[in-house]
Design a protein around this ligand. Sequence first.
Ligand SMILES: [Zn+2]
Length: 258
Amino acid sequence: MLLLVLVFGWFAGYFVNYASDVLPLTRRFSQPACTHCQTTFSWTDYLTLQACRSCGKGRNLRTWLVQILAAASFVYFWLIPSKALGFWLGAIVLIYFGIITVIDLEHRLILHPTSVFGAVLGLMVGTYIYSHKYGLLGGIGQSLLGGIIGFGIMFLLYQLGTLVARYRSRKMQAAGQVDDDEEALGGGDVYLLGVLGLMLGKNFILNALILGVLYGGIVSLIFIIALLMRRRYSSDALMTFIPYGPYFIIAAFYLLFL
Ligand SMILES: [Zn+2]
């Protein structure tokens, strides 16, 4: 049985890799292509993780990391399933978190189609968790309320981030640099927090928000200290974008699975 779960996890890894490879580029489940020369892979080459036949470049480190992490985490959560979700629903949430995290880290993007899928999954997860205690309609209510709180708070923070971005772009122009239109906070994070709110419900979405900001803050602090030590703080600190999405996902992962 454990071997079967390991194989299942390996295939989940395929799906996370595949979705992360094609969705940011084509927005649909298209034939996978080499990231270096855009030559399409045959399915056999793609699934056996072969190097590209056209340019000879091997598959990236992320592909291997995702395969190993997916197989390992499926075995782990088979042995110690999430108390909130159980194994199967947990497996779907893990795959979803994997895809969002990889795409956000590699492209600084949270795609609308994945957010729409996430909203449906989120409502199912939140309703499942809360219906034990509040009944079906009560569960739906708790989930929807969490979604509204997550979306609403993040929307306000996003507006605040827009003000910061405007200040930053003025500073860059004053320094004679070209404004790069970088947002302090991605608009996709607003939808992501809506999805996480639906999953976690109104009782836990604030915990996820605070934990996510805390994780992101700690990493940023380490980053700023590193910049200070290299005496590059003043010129670089305002220029650095922190993708917050993965930190909120880590926070939600912690609350749902551990
Ligand atoms: Zn190639």
